[in-house]
Design a protein around this ligand. Sequence first.
Ligand code: ZN
Length: 609
Amino acid sequence: MGRLVKRLLLLLLCPIWLYAADPLSPRIANYEIKANFNPTAKTIEGEETITWTIEGDNPLPSLQFHLYWNAFRDGKSTYMREAARASQPDEPPEAGSIEITSLTLDGEELAPLGRFIHPDDSNVEDRTVEEFPLEDALDPNQTVVLHIRFKSKFPALIARAGYERDFFMAGQWFPKIGVRQRDLWNTHQYHLNSEFFADFGTYRVTLTLPTAYIVAASGDLVSTTTAGGQRTLIYESDDVHDFAWSAWTKFRRAEDHWRGVRIELYYPPEHTDAVRHIEAAKATLAWFDRNIGSYPYPRLVIVDCPEWAAEAGGMEYPTLVTTVMPPPAFMWRRESEVVTIHEVGHQYFYGMLASNEFEEAWLDEGINSYTESAITDEIFGRRSSWDSLGPLRGSDAGYNEMPGFLARPVTDLVVQPSWRYASPASYQVSSYSRPLFLLRTAEELLGREAMYRGLRFYFEHWKFKHPTTRDFLAAMKEGSRQDLGWYFQQVLYTTHWLDYGIEGIHTDGNENWVRVLRTGEIEMPVELTVHFEGQPDRKLFWTGSEGWHDFYLQSAAPISWAAITTHAMDANPTDNSYAPQTNPAGGRKLAGLWTFLVQHLLEIAAWLV
Ligand SMILES: [Zn+2]
């Protein structure tokens, strides 16, 4: 059979949706899922057809699947054991699970051969990755069709999936094939700190459930039929690496548009100003469009979770995000906007760039935290992007992220696998807040225009390709046309801290010495500004590489104040300015300390609500 004939035949045999529209991504793992959802039993019974392309040079000896909800079967999973070690509950609130009951390839049943593997640790009880050995290895660079039957049981809400009352959040709810890279499976277990990694493809999901339920799903609804108290919904979504949905009997629905994107909002009846989420989403799409790249999908679905199901809030799936509202007494807080902006931003770093979240979470969470704070600063003002109630003001970066960053409970590297962190707090600092501040400092060094040019280049070059940190650094260098390798090496691949400060000023007649100390390990060029009474400011530079440096200045007039450039990464900015006598600069120093204290107080207040 000729190649062309073969291809034409394949076209006729394969579902037409696989070939509709120009692909944005390499469509490696394409899913057709038929799922029966039983809200009384909290179960899904499903059939799944995966049309999957085997990448690589060598024959494929086995198939591997993620069964994420098996993390919640009992307290023996790696996820729950890691939770116990982090002083969190060591048992799921109510068990959840996924089971592959049948897997066929070319009519051959492989399910009885399935065995659970644990590539990341020695926990033989973990069932989140299942491997099926193949009797005859499959040749690479061919497309195979896998037929699966599965049963899933919703856990009580945990890790932003599961159910509470009659609210259901179905994330990671079906068996997902692992990713092949360099002839090896890249299939990690579900960990306490880790998120996910999957190949792009097309999804056609048929969901059958009682008519009383309203569904929010990450696809375009292409068909609805009702029969015998059951509704069957068919959704399609292309060039994505996951499909999620939520169902609840009480969802209200609102719809809006931003350019060609349909924004669907599902919210609880009592959230009368849930439209805030739509405004935040529009602002985020506009910011990314202007600065990073365009959003190519026809839809963006927002699920605003009820308070009693807030555990499901603050999560991203391709073209669907979950978010929250602050308690009614705290509606002045921008929490709802900040969470929505963060989750919509994930559409870029998690959704389209799709780096390996198990191995390099910062590429998603960290860069996304940086853009989140840039967007919130732009929309709400740099000093009030988190709180704005009379004098109570706090920025998203300064108040929401900085206390965790400065507390640095345990110091791990930014670039390391998510399950190798000393604690969830350390993972949080290294994956979210440290990257936010280190990228802000990169922006200070490059200039905003060059920074955004670098990010835009990175996005355009690597979207739909699973970039690594090395790819990010090379893209930033090429895109910004400046080499910050010396800086990124220190902040990403060491646990070092940035801290410079002015120790004091010594004056002897017309001679002055300003002493600057480097108390952190990170080396950065330092710019000192000195103000003499009645004279223009003088600027001086130091490479910043020794432990200390004395700047020598001659002047008949006395020094009013001296200040070094404060970078966002600076661990203690309160000693970056110095005034020999009481004057406005001293006031500024006090104000800096005051802001610092207020941020900590606000953080404590946040824990109380
Ligand atoms: Zn996030």
